[in-house]
Unconditional design. Structure first.
Length: 323
């Protein structure tokens, strides 16, 4: 099934946001001219990214190797967190700060080479940094960053953190219980055992509270995920309806333009016909006047002929009498 090429979509998301809509609409029109209705529909659904998202997309498109290093570092961080390797976490955390700082600097360099990018003082680099940090903590964000199709900046909300166990420090200063010696009355250990049991019950209650809190967070995360899926589905439906309505609107404008052109031609022809009719009316009136004049002249000539004939008759009659 035909559709937009990966390179075309990549080029669109490399376009600065203030020129994105015009470039996308031009690509849609080109796809329709080529008969690729599926590609035109898919292109029409593409949304314009924010400036911060565009900068991250620019980084992913122009420096994919750097973004790949970021994704690898994110995987290493998550693995170290799951395994609770403190030294490795500290090492990777220092590396994380250095990598994010280097990527932000690279974004600044890439933006400086773009003629339509905002001035250096107005670049939303804080949002870029927050998005990169979110990519290091959230695999879904990391994948969006790697694909170069980000629509808006991201922040890490804290979901998905690996729970850390509650540890008790053992110092080695705990004394062995004194040996029972003959004739020495040993203090009753009952208060110590009661204290230990109370401590165990408190620790169990704390662990239960922690498990309940984790379960509640997991439940809330699942509920939010479901709500997010519904919201995204609603958004997709609304965007599809918008694209369809926009297409119908463009078709309606084209039909109206065609009708307006036809009306203009009809108006022109009507004006020409009215001019021809006016000239025909003037010609008819002139012909009527000519006919009236000709009839009057013909009457006058006929009267003159009759008078002449009568005169000739009278003359003939007079001549006969004289003879």
């Amino acid at each position: 099934m035909p559709g937009p090429s990966v390179e075309l979509v990549r080029q669109l998301y490399r376009t600065p946001p203030d020129r994105f809509v015009a470039a996308r609409d031009a690509a849609v029109a080109e796809a329709r001219r080529a008969g690729d209705t599926t590609g035109a529909r898919q292109l029409a659904r593409l949304r314009r990214p924010t400036v911060a998202a565009w900068l991250v997309n620019l980084l992913a498109i122009e420096r994919p190797e750097l973004v790949a290093d970021l994704v690898n570092l994110a995987d290493a961080l998550r693995a170290a967190q799951r395994e609770l390797r403190g030294a490795r976490l500290r090492e990777l955390s220092a590396q994380r700060r250095a990598v994010v700082a280097a990527l932000v600097a690279e974004v600044r360099t890439l933006a400086r080479a773009e003629p339509d990018a905002p001035p250096a003082g107005r670049l939303p680099l804080a949002e870029v940094e927050a998005t990169l940090n979110a990519a290091l903590s959230d695999a879904d964000v990391a994948e969006q960053v790697r694909a170069g199709r980000l629509l808006r900046a991201a922040t890490y909300a804290g979901f998905g953190e690996v729970p850390r166990p509650q540890l008790r420090l053992v110092t080695g200063d705990e004394e062995e219980p004194p040996a029972r010696r003959p004739g020495v009355q040993r203090e009753s250990p009952q208060p110590t055992r009661r204290t230990d049991r109370a401590g165990e019950r408190a620790a169990q209650a704390e662990r239960a509270a922690q498990r309940a809190a984790r379960a509640e967070r997991a439940r809330r995360r699942r509920a939010l995920d479901r709500e997010l899926d519904r919201a995204r589905a609603d958004q997709q439906r609304a965007e599809d309806e918008l694209a369809e309505a926009a297409g119908q609107e463009r078709d309606g404008v084209a039909v109206l333009d065609e009708i307006e052109t036809e009306l203009a031609e009809l108006e022109r022809r009507r004006a020409v016909a009215e001019q021809d009719l006016s000239r025909a009316k003037l010609a008819r009136r002139a012909a009527e006047r000519a006919v009236t004049a000709a009839r009057r002249r013909a009457g006058e000539v006929e009267a003159a002929v009759e008078a002449l004939v009568a005169e000739e008759g009278d003359a003939d009659a007079g001549g006969g009498a004289a003879d």
